[in-house]
Design a protein around this ligand. Structure first.
Ligand code: TXE
Length: 481
């Protein structure tokens, strides 16, 4: 059986204690590889390698660091198909999605930040005849990047690339549930000639390996994406050590459908924003609020499209819905479906585990599920389910829609469907969401700030925000004579 290895100081190495964790294929329920169960010794070795590599890496001109990152991007593009297959097998997502979204985006992350660092400038504040003030942005040093299982290589590289671009060295941990493409990335970094120790990838579970990273005193910042509870724990641990924190956490995103929208387009895109990656994207819109006058036509068209979402083997081209990432997660989502019944919801579609034939007989599949008749205040409409479960709710006024949209502890993303431009901007400004899409969803420009308000996180990723996060501004003042 394949044994994944850590990538420390430029080499693939086994975990110090020789312990491994099972890696399960969600579509089959079978263990198919083993990953290192790394401990504090492995993390200490990774940090030592990163500290040793730091002086030379930060001294390299941004162009040269960028050239290496662009080389890694090209290698990811070359390996598109094997990486997509690996991502699909590891996560359960349809291979078509990995091929068109996850892996191309991982390549773009390296290309974007590899070149972005060359355009990164800092400010001067000139006081006529008195002083010249300028800001220098130094790389923070050694930083920790911890990522989740839903978009494995996509989110892992989204953190690593900007850190490396500005001259930081990195100790990174992918989710223990989806470690495979991070391991393949370490092989590509070796092939690209990335200097030893600049990037170190340490595999293992959150409470063991992840905890050792967040507690390590030489790690100056933590960039984390994952559950809100874990984010809270990381903040509690790292804040007293004065580590810089970027936390991208959960969401419970509203999707507002106004009567004047392009209904066909709203239905088509809402199918994606509800069920892409089996609803396991922090940006998915799981609460769909529909203006009452078009509630029935929207519902009918939406349910017709839901019926066409084939649940199947993620490795088969025709599958629109793959497996959920793990049995534990499937059970969590099923428990919310039970809760939706208890809270008085009416099931309109799905609601049950799917048992496929053949190799996927023991996979973690779930029907795309739709409820109506739940109040905006119930738990199902307030808590993050993170699966293929959405609710439909009619609204009567714009104010009501805004109040309900803002009525959770989260504030990550929102979608608005309307042809009225005044309303679109007015509602967007009133929403407590870090990201608002108008007549689209998951449209990403990597230069824009990415992140959430309220319990959805702290800080922003993307573009200059990420480059600023991984640097420490120093203000220098020269008195003019
Ligand atoms: O995430 P965790 P889980 C949500 C979603 C899901 C829930 C839990 O609702 O059901 O979170 O998912 C590492 N110190 N999201 O349990 O535990 C862990 O090893 C340091 C939303 O998978 O937060 C992994 O690498 N690290 C989310 C990463 O944190 C620790 C995407 C995320 O795992 C750690 C995924 C510790 N003490 C889940 N404990 C999104 N917003 O995109 C865990 N980790």
């Amino acid at each position: 059986m394949l044994k994944l290895q850590n990538y420390i100081n430029g080499q693939l190495v086994p975990p110090a204690a020789g312990r491994y964790l099972d890696n399960i294929e969600p579509a089959t329920g079978q263990v198919y590889s083993l990953l290192p169960d790394s401990n504090t010794q492995d993390v200490a070795a990774a940090v030592a390698a990163a500290e040793a590599a730091l002086p030379a890496w930060r001294a390299l001109p941004a162009e040269e660091r960028g050239r290496l990152l662009v080389r890694i991007s090209e290698l990811i593009e070359r390996e598109l198909e094997p990486l997509a297959q690996a991502e699909s097998k590891d996560n359960g997502k349809p291979v078509s999605l990995a091929r068109t979204v996850d892996i191309p985006r991982a390549a773009s992350n390296f290309a974007f930040f590899g070149t972005a660092a060359q355009h990164f400038a800092s400010e001067t504040h000139f006081q006529e005849g008195v002083a010249l003030n300028y800001t220098v942005r130094h790389p923070l040093g050694v930083v920790g990047c911890i990522s989740p299982w839903n978009l494995p290589l996509y989110l892992f590289t989204w953190k690593i690339a900007p850190a490396l671009a500005v001259g930081c060295c990195v100790v990174a941990k992918p989710s223990e549930i989806t470690p495979h493409t991070a391991f393949l990335l370490s092989e590509l970094c070796i092939e690209a000639g990335l200097p030893a120790g600049v990037l170190n990838i340490v595999h293992g579970a959150g409470p063991g390996t992840g905890q050792a990273i967040i507690e390590h005193p030489a790690i100056k910042a933590i960039s984390f994406t994952g559950g809100t509870k874990t984010g809270e724990h990381i903040a509690r641990t790292a804040a007293p050590m004065f580590k810089k924190l970027s936390l991208e956490l959960g969401g419970k995103n509203p999707n507002l459908i106004f009567a004047d929208c392009d209904l066909t387009e709203a239905v088509n895109i809402s199918i994606r924003s509800s069920f892409a990656n089996q609803g396991q994207i922090c940006l998915c819109g799981s609460r769909i609020f529909i203006e009452r006058s078009i509630y029935e036509p929207f519902k009918a068209a939406f349910l017709e499209r839901v019926a066409g979402l084939t649940v199947g083997d993620p490795l088969e081209a025709g599958s629109r819905q793959g497996a959920l990432v793990s049995e534990a997660h499937l059970l969590k989502v099923l428990s919310y479906i039970e809760l939706a019944h208890e809270e008085g919801g009416t099931l309109l579609a799905g609601g049950k585990r799917v048992h496929l034939e053949g190799r996927c007989a023991n996979g973690f599949f779930l029907e795309p599920t739709v409820f109506e008749g739940l109040t905006p205040e119930c738990r199902v409409n307030k808590e993050e389910i993170f699966g293929p479960v959405v609710t439909l709710t009619p609204f009567d006024t714009e104010e009501e829609a805004i109040t309900w949209a803002n009525g959770t502890d989260y504030g990550l993303a929102a979608t608005i469907w309307t042809r009225d431009l005044n309303r679109a901007h007015r509602v967007a400004h009133a929403l407590h969401s870090g990201i608002v899409w108008i007549n689209t969803w998951l449209h990403r420009d990597l230069r824009t700030p990415f992140g959430g308000m309220k319990n959805s996180g702290v800080g922003r990723e993307g573009g200059l925000e990420a480059l600023r996060f991984f640097t420490e501004p120093q203000s220098i003042t020269l008195k003019l004579g």
